[in-house]
Design a binder for this molecule. Structure first.
Ligand SMILES: *Cc1c(COP(=O)(O)O)cnc(C)c1O
Length: 393
């Protein structure tokens, strides 16, 4: 049971959508730390299991905290239904595995999150599922890669860490024409900046660990889509068990209440940082979707509300300079997470993408001197000062 405000505004929906109050009339929703729920009688137990009646049975299937989180996310994304998962990767896996079978094929944008890449290249072949990679900006390449065996197209936009975009409306048209599902990992943008379902995506997936939690505390994820598609995915979720902890569902639902305010500041700080970096002689180039120098600036303006919290830039001097820069940072954290209140920095060539060789890295837009910054919520003057001193500016 949900209470939904009578509003279409993101901010109001995020704050005022909540599970119905109990007899205690609590203002903030309690945490339903319970593995199971009690049936009124044998008949209700039968009806719930037969899915003739809606209600909670067991927290691997559903839980009020997770329902509140996912139903709120659905309102923000413009989707009908969803499943909350224990991590972003559980969501990525579910969003593909629920819809493909042995002998079928998936088309994937070349620069996807590392573990998504491992699912497609290492796990799917074990189950007879093949794949094709397509460069993110190559719309015709997606159409060309679709075969009669293709079941779905999976993309991430903006991509990590190159921050390249894909035209969601155009890709959705291609997918519809070929009768394949379009699955979009919307982790970097969040529904505040971009709503793929409104451009025609069938499934939207999230790592809620990043900007949705936004404070580096919990792992979580979600798969969202039409009632029919989510019903199909729910079978796999229910019986394979990637359920989100109710406590994490509670944290993430609370986090959605502040998402718009945090994203505004992340975007404002990231844009200011990108503009600063563009002026620095040590920097070869800067990638940020809302910088006019971004090759897809017009597309970014069309499908995103703002440019997001991530900025990538290339240091002159390659691998060595990239690592030296990181070692000099004092305020910014060196950590694999992103979308935190704290500004974080990574050097993909020596960490997340070190298993690829230079050529493979170049194919996904990662040069040896590329640094990725996730702009946090500190004062922008302090962020810039730290980055300037690490650059030796
Ligand atoms: C982090 C991330 C994931 C994986 O999420 P986890 O919560 O770490 O499992 C998937 N996609 C993108 C784009 C991510 O940044």
């Amino acid at each position: 049971m949900q209470h939904k405000p009578d509003s279409t505004h993101f901010e109001t929906l995020a704050v005022r959508t909540q599970a119905e109050r109990s007899q205690h009339r609590e203002h903030s929703v309690p945490i339903f730390a319970t593995s199971s729920f009690v049936f009124e009688d044998a008949e209700q137990a039968r009806a719930l299991f037969a899915q003739e009646q809606e209600g909670n049975i067991y927290s691997r299937f559903s839980n009020p905290n997770n329902d509140e989180f996912v139903q709120k996310l659905c309102l923000l994304e413009g989707t009908e239904d969803g499943i909350a998962t224990a991590s972003g990767m559980a969501a990525m896996f579910l969003s593909m595995a629920a819809f493909v079978s042995q002998g079928e094929h998936v088309v994937v944008s070349r620069s996807v999150f590392g573990s998504t890449h491992q699912i497609v290249t290492q796990l799917f072949p074990k189950w007879g599922i093949s794949h094709s990679y397509v460069d993110i900006a190559d719309l015709e390449g997606f159409a060309a890669a679709i075969t009669p065996k293709t079941k779905l197209v999976f993309v991430e936009t903006p991509s990590n860490p190159a921050l390249d975009l894909i035209d969601l409306e155009a890709l959705a048209d291609i997918c519809r024409a070929h009768k394949v599902l379009l699955v979009v990992d919307n982790c970097f943008a969040t529904p505040y900046l971009q709503t793929p379902a409104r451009w025609g995506a069938d499934i939207v997936t999230h790592s809620a660990t990043k900007f949705i939690d936004g404070q580096g505390r919990v792992l979580g994820g979600a798969v969202l889509g039409s009632k029919a598609l989510i019903q199909e995915a729910r079978f796999l979720a229910r019986h394979s068990g990637p359920a989100l902890s109710p406590f994490h569902g509670w944290v993430l639902s609370k986090s959605l209440e502040t998402l718009s305010v945090r994203m505004d500041r992340h975007c404002q700080n990231a844009l200011a940082l990108a503009e600063f970096l563009e002026q620095q002689p040590q920097v070869a180039f800067v990638k940020y979707p809302f910088l006019p120098s971004h090759p897809q600036y017009a597309l970014a303006q069309k499908q995103m509300r703002a440019g997001g919290g991530l900025v990538s830039f290339e240091l002159k001097g390659g691998l060595q300079k990239g690592r030296a820069f990181l070692d000099k940072l004092q305020l910014c954290s060196l950590t694999a997470n992103l979308g935190d209140t704290r500004t974080t920095a990574t050097h993909p060539a020596s960490t997340t993408h070190s298993k690829l060789n230079s050529e493979e890295r170049a194919m996904v837009g990662i040069s040896d001197g590329l640094v990725r910054i996730s702009a946090g919520l500190e004062h922008i003057e302090d962020i810039i000062q730290d980055i300037a001193q690490a650059l030796g500016a």
